[in-house]
Design a protein around this ligand. Sequence first.
Ligand SMILES: Nc1ncnc2c1ncn2[C@@H]1O[C@H](COP(=O)(O)OP(=O)(O)OP(=O)(O)O)[C@@H](O)[C@H]1O
Length: 269
Amino acid sequence: MMAPLIEVEHLTMRFGGLVAIDDVSFTAHPRSITAIIGPNGAGKTTVFNCITGFYKPTVGRLTLRGGPGEFLLERMRGHEIGQKARVARTFQNIRLFPGMTVLENLMVAQHNKLMRASGWSLLGLLGVASFRRAEEAAIELSRLWLERIGLVADADRPAGELPYGAQRRLEIARAMCTEPVLLCLDEPAAGLNPRESAELNELLVSIRDRDGIGVLLIEHDMSVVMQISDHIVVLDYGRKIAEGAPAAVRNDPAVIRAYLGTDEKALDG
Ligand SMILES: Nc1ncnc2c1ncn2[C@@H]1O[C@H](COP(=O)(O)OP(=O)(O)OP(=O)(O)O)[C@@H](O)[C@H]1O
């Protein structure tokens, strides 16, 4: 087994008197899809918000080893976690720039890289060869991702005009254009029809197998979770109640109990 990409140890997050995450530990590996599941309010999004620096954990250590080195995420600010530790995320609600074209959305994601190549100066932007090369590489990466998500023909359309499923794929492509080592996806299948969610599965599997990066996934749609996850972590009321391979988790009595009496979809997706 490869060394973990991210190691979450004793993560605890309190909001006043409310314990949203209570001493949760788990690991996620490169070249694998790790899903975090659990009923509403279990603490899944809070785990993401701690990993991506939106919240500072009350207790816990979040170690990321991959790409450029080793990072203790709980000590870093959100933008550093994105740019230095190379963790990318998408959100439950779509956050594309709807008035920009599909291609522009992918180029904007590479803004930091381009500005670095310019030496952060106007002169650099106007004349320096390194900027031109970086710009060409950025266009090339955008084109590659347009192909991967099947949107080459839509490159010049405003992103807001795309069907919902295509917007979801574009968001994932945009995150991939930042060249992350860890990709965190918050409910990417929400609102998708069965064909779109099958396309999403294919895309995520290809990100794992072709790009070799680690995917951390919060998802309610069990047809996605059970089909593509390598490892599942189950939260309930802020605690980890189970983890393991899909087949084991699906038959775990504690997991079945946690889902009984909720309006979640059945575990047999
Ligand atoms: N900023 C905050 N301030 C206070 N309480 C919060 C905050 N963020 C989350 N919580 C609480 O923490 C608990 C866990 O919420 P979280 O959103 O992480 O759950 P979730 O598993 O992602 O739920 P869902 O599946 O509904 O998205 C909930 O009780 C929620 O109300």
